[in-house]
Design a protein around this ligand. Structure first.
Ligand SMILES: [Zn+2]
Length: 355
């Protein structure tokens, strides 16, 4: 898989053991941290899914919430928006919890934990996924590679020839890691057709909701309503079909954003205030995307670019950290220890270059 879990966890544990997390937490208390999660799973690694890193074990999430409830102040996106509009200060060491896509496990596994620790979260939903009409394209690719009986596939994409080995689960995971970035490069008009062709080449059917493994299933609108009414969860927008907005033409991008807003308003009753760009990297949205999101009535939008929310950050380009894999990593992230270490490294390198 594309990450090294053990080295990340060990590095984070060392930062906490050394006292750097405590030091950073005091020094950087005015900064807000936004954490992102996707789904949760009951076990480590769902064997039915190749990329199980999107579905954090529920016990890890529970430990993270316990740590946040003890030492941090979890606030909502609405509180951030409100404070910004009034020029007011947020509480020290504030953290925002977010979930992307709209998985049923947000309701089944995360929501009881949020209630238990009295914490708020924002769930950014892909509305076509909740409607049951549009399967997430990256889930289709994951399932096609996981379910095919083929052991090898030669695939041409973006002018490249990929030889995808499929003989073992590990090889299928490696093939997924090679293929997904190529698919993300395609213009939006070509993406779903490419995924259709890929499923046909691997001789698997396009899945419907009933075919999805448990961890991949979307929440129902009823689940979203229950969470929203409880006051513990806000429902935010994440487009209607999860395209990368920078690969869409103007009309399609505008429709993705407004359909998403309208479906949320129809099902939840309120206009959503926060948005989250699919994929969220710096090449995945444009200035025009930001303008369209603002025009649609959203008051803030999150990226997937790591960083801390300071007073000079744009509300339509909010930095956000990817899902921590352990409670140590979560603490090293929210305290600012990782960023402090990065700053020290940068100033050391600068000092050395001046010698
Ligand atoms: Zn997403």
């Amino acid at each position: 898989m594309p990450f090294d879990f053990h080295s990340r966890a060990i590095k984070a544990a060392a930062l906490i053991g050394s006292g750097l997390a405590q030091f950073a937490r005091a020094r950087r208390s005015s900064e807000t941290t936004i954490l992102s999660f996707h789904g949760l799973s009951e076990n480590v690694g769902d064997s039915a899914v190749l990329d199980w890193t999107l579905h954090l074990p529920v016990e890890v999430f529970r430990n993270i919430c316990s740590m946040l409830a003890k030492d941090y102040r979890v606030i909502s996106m609405a509180e951030l928006i409100e404070a910004r509009s009034r020029g007011a200060h947020l509480p020290d060491n504030s953290v925002i919890i977010t979930f992307d896509d709209g998985y049923a496990s947000n309701y089944e596994l995360a929501y009881p934990i949020l209630r238990e620790f009295d914490l708020h979260a924002t769930v950014f939903v892909t509305t076509g996924f909740l409607d049951g009409e549009d399967m997430l394209w990256f889930q289709r690719v994951d399932l096609a590679l996981g379910r095919t009986r083929k052991e090898l596939l030669d695939w041409k994409i973006n002018g490249k020839k990929l030889r995808l080995y499929l003989g073992t689960r590990e090889l299928r995971q490696q093939s997924l890691v090679r293929l997904i970035p190529e698919l993300k490069e395609l213009p939006d008009t070509d993406l779903l057709g490419e995924v259709d062709r890929f499923e046909r080449a691997l001789e698997v059917n396009t899945p419907c909701i009933e075919d999805l493994p448990k961890s991949m299933r979307p929440m129902t609108w009823e689940m979203a309503r229950v969470m929203s009414l409880s006051g513990y969860v806000d429902i935010g927008g994440h487009t209607h079909t999860h395209p990368i907005l920078a690969r869409c033409d103007s009309l399609a991008a505008r429709a993705e954003i407004s359909t998403c807003r309208d479906r949320i308003r129809a099902e939840i009753g309120d206009l959503p205030v926060a948005f989250c760009y699919p994929n969220g990297g710096s090449d995945d949205y444009t200035r025009e995307t930001m303008l369209r999101v603002r025009e649609a009535g959203f008051k803030a939008a999150c990226t997937a670019i790591s960083g801390r929310v300071t007073a000079d950050v744009s509300m339509f380009e909010l930095p956000r950290y990817g899902s921590p894999e352990s409670v140590w990593e979560a603490e090293a992230t929210v305290s600012g220890a990782f960023e402090t270490l990065k700053d020290w490294r940068r100033s050391c390198l600068k000092a050395m270059s001046m010698i």
